[in-house]
Write a protein that binds this ligand. Sequence first.
Ligand code: SF4
Ligand code: SF4
Length: 349
Amino acid sequence: MSWPESLRRHAALGAALLRARGRRFDPFKLTWILTERCSQRCRSCHLWAREAPSGPTLERIEHVLAANPQLTWLNLSGGDFVERDDAPEILRRAVEHLPDLCLLDFPTAGQDTEATLAALQPVLDSAVPHVVVTVSLDGPDDVHDRVRGSTGSARRARATYAALKAVRRRGFRVALGTTLSAHNLPEVPPADPLTLLPPGVPLRDLHLNLAHHSAHAYRNQDTVLPPVRTALSVVDALARARSWRVDPLEFLERRYWRYARPYLLSGRLPPRCGALRASVFLGADMQIYPCSIWERPLGDFAEVGDSLRRLGEFDAAHELRAGAGRACPGCWSPCEALPSLVAGGGRPL
Ligand code: SF4
Ligand code: SF4
């Protein structure tokens, strides 16, 4: 990856952020569920509990990519999309069709190390400046296995994390994602909240998320938000224990938790939301949603030729954008909060 190419892509991202601030429908981040299939049986997500859509074909995926060459941030998700046999080919086509792509990230349950490395390789070989893989680890190994409904899940996730840590490539990083939920945190915080986190890993690699309810992204029905006092005690303990660096992702994480605190304590949301401006959500069934939480599909993406810049042609688009943060259930989901903070320079867009 050459410096001029990296600079060009960062400039493209900067221009996309400005467009997101000024235009009604020109999101720079796409969150895309490529399959709902997953080998795990998580308590906080019920994608596994029904016959899951296998996701779009490779040809359809290629059409979406080719129709949106302006994309600068692509988040590929599932289910666990690395469990698709064609995951390496999907990523090869993503980097081929998105010349301005500046950040590509995907989460994985980390159950298949070889498949994860194979999926990643085309991106490592590309000029994408920032590549982030998040391996899920929801606490100490026994807690993780219980939450994931899979014996040995934590051991396999740790093996994938270790293999990814060995990857050397400028701009690549691996994170451990711990989702704080009603299923892995007790009501009463323990004396040392750090004991609720995965042991034996660098604290800098740990990234905390909030579990959310979503009928289309997780197909969960129950309240999964964590006990508030315990969640905040974990966030605060981790913030005290880790050494912070000058790093854009760490800065974003601090900002995320700054706004998560009032949301958890009183349900108070930031005044603005970036759904449909900074980011948009595409399901495995190719329905477009404003975000990962609000169960209000705009329609099938094919109706606008798979083009994000034509989202305004959906009848519901203007109503849903205007209602964001009001008529919607409200959330502080990282899928939407982080691009909103990026576009807003550290404040919600
Ligand atoms: S939370 Fe992730 S790993 Fe768990 S069932 Fe859902 S998609 Fe699979
Ligand atoms: S605040 Fe509302 S519109 Fe915005 S991401 Fe959350 S649920 Fe979606």
